[in-house]
Write a protein that binds this ligand. Structure first.
Ligand code: UD1
Length: 420
């Protein structure tokens, strides 16, 4: 199994380019099922999750060609309606084929994603939304089995105990685009990836209004056509490289970082003492003073993203003072705490709040990645730790960061991936 070895101490300098957003590509790929015609998706990152989604589409009988960041998808009259367990269990986001399959085939069978290390992840909002549109949904033998004759537009309140849901919003949009009449989603997720999905569908001939706000209106249309679309840059990857610049007291330009998608992360960096230079499509981060302690609470967009919580914890473990990090999206998403403490951090957990007492330095250790963003956090900690950090189980990283080792090395990090 591959490991990543980082020798800490180098201050990162230079430029790094952000890849396309994983969390946009996945629902956009699902949306290609809504038309038999060819769609071309550009700026596609080569990631394990994207490859899994391609496998699901192929399993359904769809033609997919992926080369040099460009995907050609032509669903034609595909016959499949099932996303099987062996694919879904590696990527929970596979659930976003549910809405498109119902819309196009009137039938969907998607394996229940099951638990994952960041906590229990219910699917009640997905099911509530699809049922409201007229689908009959049952859970049988570990599968979500959904059927419908014709979906009909309606008003749906999609808020849950933790606020809005990104993929439940995507699923309802995907199902509603070809439904009869108008659907109104209240308490819709406002994430930029939902806006990107709506833009893609509108280019296909869909009629979606209000994406990016809590109220999304979808007028059903009879059919959609093929189109070309470049997905937005990955705001979480961008945020991770901004933290890499800040944690190493470096000077890093993150090309493709969109400030309008990164408000809470930018604010956290500035308040903690980093210097930011913000341009239309790049952000430069520098730091030479101390890191000030912060209070961070993860919330649905435009709040602080849960997908940046672990990376900020690494950064704040070196702050001057005590930081408080509260997780309001996935209250159990703290598997990285124990590993950071093994590197000399001083973090205690009280329920869904982490109390991070800043320490003078971290020290390299053998640590284990538990999930995608935790892997990135451990690598960030390794960049500044004294000595060598060996991160194992890095296959998690391949789900969401394209060429992270090469990108960090190009900024001057002493990092390598080994196979043993
Ligand atoms: C998406 C992102 C993921 C990110 C998460 C939160 C993709 C592919 N993944 O995941 O990277 O961490 O948003 O920003 O876009 N919930 C329910 N019932 C449901 C669905 C969700 O209660 O039916 C809860 C979840 O447990 C969680 C909260 O709602 O507490 C938000 O989760 P959600 O937005 O659905 O996450 P995903 O869309 O799966």
């Amino acid at each position: 199994m591959d490991k990543i070895i980082v020798r800490g101490g180098n201050s990162l300098q230079g430029e790094v380019k952000v890849s396309g957003a994983k969390n946009s590509v996945l629902p956009v790929l699902s949306a290609t099922l809504l038309t038999p015609q060819k769609c071309i998706i550009e700026n596609v990152p080569d990631l394990r999750d994207v490859r899994t989604m391609i496998e699901i589409l192929r399993h359904l009988g769809v033609n997919v060609n992926f080369e040099n960041g460009r995907l050609e998808v032509e669903s034609g009259e595909f016959a499949g309606y099932q996303a099987p367990y062996d694919l879904v269990c590696t990527m929970r986001a596979s659930i976003c084929v549910l809405g498109s399959l119902l819309a196009r085939k009137g039938r969907a069978e998607v394996s229940l994603p099951g638990g994952c290390v960041i906590g229990t992840r219910p699917i009640d909002l997905h099911l509530k939304g699809l049922k409201a549109l007229g689908a009959e949904v049952n859970i049988e033998h570990g599968y979500i089995k959904a059927n419908c004759k014709k979906l009909r537009g309606t008003r749906i309140y999609l808020g849950g105990p933790f606020g809005s849901s990104v993929l439940a919003t995507a699923n309802v949009i995907l199902a509603a685009v070809l439904a009869e009449g108008e659907t109104v989603i209240e308490s819709a997720a406002c994430e930029p990836e939902i806006v990107d999905l709506a833009e893609f569908i509108n280019k296909m001939g869909g009629e979606i209004e209000g994406a990016g706000t809590p109220v999304v209106k979808i007028k059903g249309v009879n059919e959609l056509k093929g189109t070309t679309h470049a997905v937005i840059p990955d705001r979480i990857e961008a945020g991770t490289y901004l933290v890499a610049g800040a944690i190493t007291a470096g000077d890093v330009k993150v090309k493709g970082a969109r400030y309008d998608h990164l408000g809470a992360v930018i604010d956290g960096l500035i308040v903690s003492g980093a210097e930011l230079e913000i341009k239309e499509d790049e952000i430069r981060v520098r730091r030479d003073g101390k890191i000030s302690a912060l209070e961070v609470t993860t919330l649905p967009y435009p709040g602080f993203p849960t997908d940046m919580q672990a990376q900020f914890m690494s950064y704040l473990s070196l702050a001057d003072g005590i930081s408080i990090i509260t997780e309001k999206i996935f209250p159990e998403r703290f598997m990285h705490v124990g590993e950071l403490n093994r590197m000399g951090a001083d973090i205690t957990l009280e329920g869904s709040t982490a109390v991070v007492k800043g320490v003078e330095k971290l020290s390299g250790a053998e640590v284990m990645a538990s999930d995608l963003r935790a892997s990135a956090a451990l690598i960030l900690a390794g960049l500044v730790a004294e000595g060598e950090t060996v991160v194992s189980r890095v296959y998690h990283l391949d789900r969401g960061y394209q060429n992270m080792v090469e990108k960090l090395r190009s900024l001057g990090a002493d990092i390598q991936r080994i196979n043993n």
